[in-house]
Design a protein around this ligand. Structure first.
Ligand SMILES: Nc1ncnc2c1ncn2[C@@H]1O[C@H](COP(=O)(O)OP(=O)(O)OP(=O)(O)O)[C@@H](O)[C@H]1O
Length: 245
């Protein structure tokens, strides 16, 4: 198990952008799936999005990232739309080497060609993947691919990073590496917004919690309050381990 390398400060990306959902709804083929949902992300994060299966967590992340458009309402960033990246439960890697995946991301990002190799190598080192640089990305283990997905996000120095259940398919050592990476992003000034089903993980990482059920946002509260005195009966039941729909 490789431990993350210490951070440098070159990629500091402060200040954190603020996200505003105003009466956002989402429908698909005439079926109402989410909202209306209103909140303004405050503080520095990390923000953990929690709730049972089908609650709308992934939809919320995709709406925030701009992968989906609301049916009504607005998704707004202040002071302006930030540089963003997203990491999924199953990372999607190109059919090429680990380092080539990073270089490709840098090329798409229009990073000057002469800087790409060096930035990619540094990111691989930081995420403990240097020895796998020339290995085809798709043959890496699940944990290695997830670290590579994080390294690919890292090279872009995003102001906001969305992570959609990034550890649900990983073993404890790989989960630890992802959580360390999340905190590394957070320290460099990236606003982290992440979904999880793991209450213990949320306790370890969250500064605040968006709790959803049945396509509705039931509460948005600081983590200390959420875990000790949640506002909604849905969150209270969820934290007690009851089956919440
Ligand atoms: N593209 C889509 N087409 C139709 N229905 C969808 C689509 N995407 C999501 N849904 C539905 O919207 C609801 C919310 O889905 P979403 O994936 O956001 O839930 P989730 O909280 O992330 O759940 P899980 O924890 O199981 O991943 C679900 O009922 C799902 O079936």
């Amino acid at each position: 198990m490789t431990v993350l390398q210490p951070l440098d400060t070159h990629a500091s990306v402060c200040p954190r952008a603020s996200l505003i959902f105003d009466q956002v709804t989402f429908s698909y083929q005439g079926k109402h799936l989410l909202g209306p949902c209103s909140f303004t992300l405050q503080g520095a994060g990390p923000t953990l999005v929690m709730g049972p299966n089908g609650a709308g967590k992934s939809l919320l992340l995709r709406l925030a990232h701009g992968l989906l458009a609301p049916a009504s309402g607005s998704v707004q960033w202040l002071p302006q739309r930030p540089r963003q990246a997203m990491v999924f439960q199953q990372p999607v890697m190109l059919r090429r080497s680990a380092i080539a995946n990073l270089i490709h991301a840098l090329a798409v990002n229009k990073t000057p060609r002469r800087q790409r190799q060096q930035l990619a190598e540094a990111a691989l080192e930081r995420f403990g993947l240097s020895r796998l640089a020339r290995t085809p990305a798709r043959v890496l283990s699940g944990g290695e691919q997830q670290r590579l997905a994080l390294a690919r996000a890292w090279v872009l120095a995003p102001q906001v990073l969305f992570l959609d259940e990034p550890t649900s398919a990983l073993d404890p050592a790989a989960i630890k590496a992802v959580e360390e990476a999340v905190l590394a992003f957070q320290r460099q000034g990236t606003r982290v917004v992440m979904t999880t089903h793991d209450i213990h993980q949320a306790r370890r990482l969250a500064a605040d919690v968006l709790f959803m059920a049945n396509g509705q946002l039931l509460e948005y509260t600081p983590a200390t309050q959420f875990f000790h005195q949640p506002e909604s009966s849905g969150a209270r039941a969820y934290l007690r381990g009851e089956l919440v729909e």
